[in-house]
Design a binder for this molecule. Sequence first.
Ligand code: CA
Length: 432
Amino acid sequence: MFQENNPALTSWLDVPENNDFPIQNLPFGIAKYEKGPLLSKRPGYQAVSIIGDNVIGLAVLHELDYFRDIQLPEGIFEKEYLNEFIDLGQPVWRAVRKRLSELLRKDNHELCNNKEALKRCLYNVHDVVLTLPVKIGDYTDFYSSREHATNVGSMFRDPKNALMPNWLHLPVAYHGRASSIFVSGANFHRPKGQMLLPGTTDKPVFGETKALDFELEMAFVIGKSTKPGESVSTHDARKHIFGFTLFNDWSARDIQRWEYVPLGPFLGKNFASTMSPWIVTLDALEPFITTAPKQEPDVLPYLRRPDSNGAFDINLEVWLQTTGKEETKICMSNFKYMYWTIDQQLSHHTINGCNINIGDLMASGTISGPTPDSYGSMLELTWNGSKPLILPGGLQRKFLEDGDKVIIRGYSQKDGLRIGFGEAKAIVLPAV
Ligand code: CA
């Protein structure tokens, strides 16, 4: 176990109960600032971490020489994205998280007693603008929940043959669009496109989607690149992963249904995706590694898991807030349900020699569980609109309407330790 993950550690900074960001988490993000007392001296960007409701400016700590024992280039924490920091390698990210943990511990007074430093490096999370933490070169979306693939296959094709013949043999995925991945809080407009009217099979119409949906997902950020021709084994996969975020792969089901054969999703997906601003490191999630679902039939040798512990126990929730109303929890799932593990996903992605780069994003696919309240999309929760969700006050939803806000939350919890992810949220704006 990493010393930083010890549940007994506490900080001199206050962390409210059930907060996502105790001293054992210390995720990485990027804050943008224009002027005023925030952050370091010049306007721009700063790499940050968070404990409780306190955002910590890493550029200021670096400038004040608190990272003196770590080899860090000047200005490394004043970039628009974390990519160059991630490129320094796993030993460096680990050293920075370890040092932060030391500085924040209850019995450490180096930073706690330096009032001038605190004034410059600590900010309330509500005063900080968090931006997209990584420059995403490429984005791949897997389709790795057996329950989700079975549900969608049943609705879109045939309940008796819901899974395609390849599904149990390889982690199916499509290459998505990186340009439209937005940070939490960035709202987007309802997309338009081609779709079939109900009851027709070959005469499409053009218009606003009438079946806008969310997809409850997680995504991992690549932390170590490969060269063309190289492959990553399931055994080495985690050495290439920096950390995890929450992810929403917004989907227009009517557009998707008409366009997806034979090459897969296109305009039904690429108008917007939302990710949470904090990247929780794989190290912080180590206590929550758990047994992955058994695979039957056996997979090909290159996809064999290094051991049975390939899943992560991360509770996931989707909340829906309609205009002027309270948030309502509409789904509870868990990342551990995924049939294909992240090790298998990355190994499959690179087995043909496809090179990966730092900052690439690999999303899990919709994470549905075995019970109807654990389905990770409106498509499944309402069974393609046939069983509308009944919200408090009697409001009904088959799919999302303009003004609806969807919030994804996630956290791991065990032995008094809670490691959370914050939120990935956005509001559906009317079509333009
Ligand atoms: Ca998806």
